[in-house]
Design a protein around this ligand. Structure first.
Ligand SMILES: *[C@@H]1O[C@H](CO)[C@@H](O)[C@H](O)[C@H]1NC(C)=O
Ligand SMILES: *[C@@H]1O[C@H](CO)[C@@H](O)[C@H](O)[C@H]1NC(C)=O
Length: 511
């Protein structure tokens, strides 16, 4: 099961240092090398855990032939996107309004939106633009319209279903607050996980017909992936891959990041001048550089939840154990296993050092441009420094932008994630250091467009890292072999699997 774990809203002293540095343009290119590990007793000391491997990795040299294979795009695999039903039809009359309230982070809400469109279609209902709940951990109050281009959404789906931005006046009583204070007849509270289309016709249609409205909450994962009519599957895919695009300012910022990755420039002043101009001008003269997006999910929640040992010593162990106690009160199954058991089962998220070794073993050399898609890394810069040693050209949202450019998304977890999603979709290669909702969403979307995505073999990596005596060559060989078939080769969806992770065959046709 994939847990949607929260990002901790922790006070990081490091953060305030970054902010200060950013105000001084001179430091723009150098801030990342600030070493500050001594300030954090909780994480101190974070030494490389695999120093033997690291020593060899730092001197790695990759043959050109291997490099060109690594960076080459995927070949045509014989499948193409396929989401248009033969003749989309709007129902003659709407049965009423469907409202949903969506939990989770950006990617879980994205799936909820796709399912909401599908359910509205099944019921011949009009969909009200979904309400995004405030996540207790991410604490981002951005609405659908703050994240997604709502007019594009409505327009792309206009022949499939009716969508309204708000309920009409006569139903304006049906709000999030109305449902939170009492039991209401118009609320559907008992939708089972992975409910069938039939369940909705049986249980929600009567409510719609009686009241003209039904509000479904909770709604996450409430529509089955199996035994759903093919038009409905197509529609879900169409929402996910065609109708949901981010608001213009997210796309513009994303384009600026992509352009700066593809056409590296010198100083902060150059970057800061006018990024719209830069996006249009780039590429006239220079050859674009390829880049990898690394989604590094290594926050405190995840570290604590995994119950693995990350080499931060006694202080870190205690801090994570305490955190586990506070949040999960001893209910975590993982805590029953030893670190070794968890590792050999592939249940430990890779640290930045470990994902760096994986990338190095695959052949990515020290000239690789790596974009770090990540919100907060437990251990801060001290934890990332080994990865940075392996990949000195590593960048992220902060290193590539000025504070002013970032201000519209500052502190907004969903918008920050949206920018990373956008950049991730435009990368030559995408890789995640741990499976999760973002990983699954990207795997699905990139499969749809036949883009290269490396899926780490967590179990293999766990076992390799347990072997403290392993030599670099042996490690490298095992990593390469273990990832040969994990670089974007199309896998067909099996029963119960998500169509948002495995879009073929439901959303794709054989070309
Ligand atoms: C990259 O690696 C090569 C070969 O090991 C080395 O000579 C070079 O100095 C490295 N470059 C950087 C920027 O670290
Ligand atoms: C929805 O509309 C279609 C065509 O207008 C009709 O065939 C179907 O029975 C309707 N379904 C429901 C649940 O009203």
């Amino acid at each position: 099961m994939i847990m949607e774990l929260g990002y901790q809203n922790h006070y990081h002293p490091y953060r305030s240092i970054l902010v200060t540095l950013f105000l001084v343009p001179f430091f723009f290119n150098y801030f990342t090398h600030a070493s500050s590990s001594s300030m954090y007793p909780e994480w101190n000391p974070i030494k490389p855990r695999h120093s033997r491997l690291l020593r060899s990795a730092l001197h790695r040299e990759t043959p050109t032939s291997q490099l060109s294979e690594l960076w080459s795009p995927l070949e045509n695999q014989g499948w193409k996107p396929c989401v248009e039903s033969r003749k989309p039809t709007l129902p003659e009359k709407s049965e009423g309004y469907i409202q949903v309230f969506l939990d989770g982070g950006l990617n879980q809400q994205r799936m909820g939106i796709c399912d909401a469109v599908a359910v509205a279609k099944i019921l011949n209902a009009t969909l009200v633009i979904p309400y995004l709940e405030l996540n207790p951990v991410w604490k981002d109050s951005s609405s659908f319209m703050d994240i997604f281009d709502v007019d594009h959404f409505i327009d792309v789906l206009k022949d499939d279903i009716s969508i309204v931005k708000e309920l009409p006046e006569e139903y304006s009583w049906s709000t999030r607050e109305y449902y939170s204070i009492a039991i209401r007849e118009t609320r559907i509270k008992a939708a089972p996980v992975h409910a069938t289309a039939h369940w909705y016709l049986e249980n929600v249609l009567p409510v719609l017909q009686s009241y003209g409205l039904a509000a479904i909450s909770p709604f996450s994962h409430r529509l089955s992936f199996d035994n759903v009519p093919v038009e409905i599957q197509h529609l879900r895919s169409k929402v996910n891959f065609e109708a949901l695009i981010f608001v213009p300012h997210i796309r513009t910022l994303g384009d600026a990041l992509i352009s700066r990755l593809r056409y590296p420039q010198g100083s902060a002043e150059e970057i800061g001048s006018n990024y719209l101009q830069e996006v249009t001008d780039a590429g006239d003269s220079k050859k674009p550089v390829k880049f990898v997006v690394l989604h590094l999910r290594f926050d405190k929640d995840m570290a604590a939840h995994s119950a693995c040992d990350f080499g931060g010593g006694k202080a870190e162990k205690l801090a994570l154990a305490k955190y586990r106690q506070v949040i999960w009160q001893g209910r975590l199954l993982n805590s029953q296993f030893t670190d070794e058991e968890l590792r050999s089962q592939g249940r430990c998220p890779m640290t930045p050092e470990e994902i760096g070794l994986l990338l190095a073993a695959l052949g990515f050399d020290n000239s690789t441009r790596l974009y770090l898609a990540s919100h907060k890394v437990y251990g801060g810069e001290a934890r990332i420094s080994t990865l940075r040693q392996l990949f000195p050209l590593m960048e992220d949202k902060k290193s590539l932008t000025l504070p002013l450019e970032r201000s519209p998304i500052k502190g907004k977890a969903s918008l920050l994630a949206a920018v990373d999603y956008y950049v991730g979709m435009h990368s030559d290669i995408f890789i995640s250091a741990s499976p999760g909702n973002m990983h699954n969403a990207m795997v699905g979307h990139r499969t749809y467009l036949n883009l290269k995505t490396i899926r780490p073999n967590m179990q293999l990596m766990g076992q390799l890292f347990l072997n403290k005596a392993i030599e670099w060559r042996e490690f490298q060989q095992a990593v390469i072999e273990g990832h040969q078939n994990r670089q974007g080769q199309l896998r067909l969806r099996k029963p119960k699997q998500s169509i948002y992770t495995y879009p073929a065959p439901d959303c794709m046709c054989q070309a």
